[in-house]
Design a binder for this molecule. Sequence first.
Ligand SMILES: Nc1ncnc2c1ncn2[C@@H]1O[C@H](COP(=O)(O)OP(=O)(O)OP(=O)(O)O)[C@@H](O)[C@H]1O
Ligand SMILES: [Mg+2]
Length: 355
Amino acid sequence: MVELRNISKVFGSFTALQEVSFEIAEGEFMTFLGPSGCGKTTCLRLISGFDTPTTGQVLIGGKDVTFDPPYRRDVNQVFQSYALFPHLSIYENIAFGLRMKKIAAAAIKTKVDRVIEMTALGQFIDRKPSQLSGGQRQRVALARAIVCEPKVLLLDEPLSALDAKLRTQMRIELKQLQKRLGITFIFVTHDQEEALTMSDRVAVLSAGRVEQIGTVNEIYYQPATRFVATFIGETNIVEATVLSRGNGLLRCRLEGGLELDVKDSPQATPDNVLLSLRPERLRLSRASFEGRNVFPGRIAVEIFKGAVDDLTVIVQGGLELGACLTNDGQQEFDFHEGEEVFCRIQPEDISIVSA
Ligand SMILES: Nc1ncnc2c1ncn2[C@@H]1O[C@H](COP(=O)(O)OP(=O)(O)OP(=O)(O)O)[C@@H](O)[C@H]1O
Ligand SMILES: [Mg+2]
């Protein structure tokens, strides 16, 4: 549905996007995730047609639209600022795009009513935008974009102005809406949790480049680079030396001397590797474990966070590993600082990342 081919965007002497290529399928929920200034909005502007690339091509539905103006593309954008018309009622704000398209009045009413119901805005249709809360305005901005039934909907940090509770609720509503309508969504956020909960696939951007594109599971459990591993969720990044290779395992010596088996991966270079160990995959116990990768440690820090407990464990050679235990009443809990414990991590829960 949307394809970027080798896109670069240069502003003066500054390269905002560098050789970005990807394809987004029809009906897919794709998220651009990355820190401030990495090029997310620039990418959206090239797709919507508010800007043109320095080099490369933009295709929508297989057609080259690189130099087509926004109104010639079957794309709609929800702006972070909502950009509602202050003097128009909520109803007229939503109907605006259809009126511009000179659609028959009866058809407009049917479409607008349906979208109003979908976004639960029925009681507000006669108000002006200034008489709504931030979350309600957000829904109007969405309704206004959806009512035109674009093939592609671009959403630039559309939830960033909402409070935590509304934000969580809107995530679910948006995702359900997208499924129901079958529209291709391109969603921009710098919030990794938002990206993980909503997306089919995520493109992680850093400094104008795509670091990795994959399903949420791939991005989380098989991060390609150190940047991806640390940007998405918490992780332990540890340098290691490969001692031997065989039976699908790499025997690695970590900084400090601890030796662990790591699931082999074709991208592992023979000598030095960078490992990512997710804190929630590190198991702790007062009694020793059976199996591979069992090693002693001492609890250095323990922070109670309600549903989970964040711990720092010092292992061989002074290496510090973060662990996250779920307070589920099942596993051993209530470790205290200074306590000696046994740790275990499965070889497949350690991923090899590139620098
Ligand atoms: N018109 C412009 N002229 C010069 N530099 C620009 C222009 N537009 C964007 N940039 C630069 O390009 C880079 C990418 O900007 P962009 O707006 O795409 O970032 P972003 O990922 O959306 O960030 P944020 O999360 O803060 O919105 C930034 O460093 C920005 O300063
Ligand atoms: Mg932006």
